[in-house]
Write a new protein. Structure first.
Length: 332
């Protein structure tokens, strides 16, 4: 007897809504596009699983998937992302923060035309206690240049502070941790800026781990500082956790409860259980061809076998990209 396939539209919308909490943000959008009936799903998008997404602004089109939600124009650079907000610069002086999912934009005062090693903020840019922090230090310079903006300020506060000349700052975004901004050196040592006292210090410990020249990342996870050193080639990725009792770096071989997302300057780490994804993976800002699936696949480094998947050589990196965690909640 010939079987007649029923269209998807015969499934009740109420049943589909029960599946929303198990879907990713992208699958949520695909589900609503299946048919007219499913486009009427009332379940808020906040109930979908919001995996971090690789966002890019392409030189040819002016923007990526969320271009219409960001400010238009050429020479935009994505700098930092946290809480679902992106910090971006436009040209040499213009800087703004935006949530591409809620279309909120927070314009900041114009900056001095300088090249900074790192940019970050302490909290959601529209919150009254937000601090935006920018820092620069040249290798031969015995001082650091600081720029600070607090919510409500009409201009940036600028400071040049003495610094140990041996501290070689990584081109990496600072981490706001215990009410201070922590900056990673290329050798694994730490510099700390206190925004309340406007002071800078290089910590005696931890001792440099002497990894060499590579991509450097500092990130906070569950009250710990994590340093990640990613090579420019197919060599292994090194991860360290700061033992605060001894102020020393401990080598991390596995991330059994976490998954990392790295781009060239920014880093995001999340619980693997929260997203229902595989642990012990470090997702990179690359794409490659998956022979098994026959399509373009996100590249990652597998901590379990120390291999890049797909193979490192031949991977494609989108221009001007960073990982962003979707946030659909508008700030009051």
């Amino acid at each position: 007897k010939e079987q007649i396939a029923s269209p998807w539209s015969v499934l009740p919308v109420e049943l589909i809504e029960l599946l929303i909490p198990k879907l990713s943000f992208v699958d949520y959008l695909r589900t609503r596009a299946v048919c007219k009936e499913w486009s009427l799903i009332d379940k808020p998008i906040q109930h979908a699983r919001a995996h971090p997404m690789l966002m890019s602004i392409h030189a040819t089109s002016g923007g990526g998937i969320y271009d219409s939600m960001l400010l238009h124009g050429s020479r935009q650079t994505l700098r930092f992302s946290k809480y679902g907000w992106v910090l971006a610069t436009k040209g040499k002086r213009c800087i703004y923060a935006a949530n591409p999912f809620t279309k909120e934009v927070c314009k900041l005062p114009k900056m001095d035309p300088q090249c900074f090693a790192g940019l970050s903020f302490s909290s959601v840019p529209k919150s009254p206690d937000c601090i935006v922090f920018a820092i620069r230090k040249y290798p031969c310079q015995d001082s650091v240049n600081i720029m600070l903006w607090r919510a409500g300020d009409n201009r940036w506060t600028k400071k040049e502070l003495l610094c140990d000349n041996l501290f070689r700052m990584a081109r990496s975004n600072p981490v706001f941790f215990d009410n201070e901004f922590y900056c990673l050196g290329t050798d694994g040592n730490l510099g700390v800026f206190n925004p309340n006292e406007m002071t800078w210090r290089v910590l005696d410990k931890p001792e440099p781990v002497r990894i060499g020249d590579r991509f450097c990342h500092l990130i906070e996870f569950k009250g710990d500082l994590i340093a990640v050193f990613r090579p420019y080639d197919a060599n292994p990725v090194d991860i360290f956790k700061l033992d605060r009792s001894h102020m020393s770096w401990e080598k991390v071989l596995r991330l059994d409860d976490a998954v990392l997302f790295l781009d060239n300057q920014n880093a995001t780490i999340k619980s693997s259980q929260e997203y229902g994804c595989r642990h012990n993976r470090i997702y990179l800002p690359f794409f490659g061809s998956s022979e098994a699936e026959g399509r373009k696949a996100s590249a990652f480094y597998d901590l379990e076998d120390g291999r890049y998947k797909p193979e490192f050589y031949g991977l494609i990196e989108p221009i001007n990209s960073l990982w962003i965690e979707p946030n659909f909640n508008r700030h009051p």
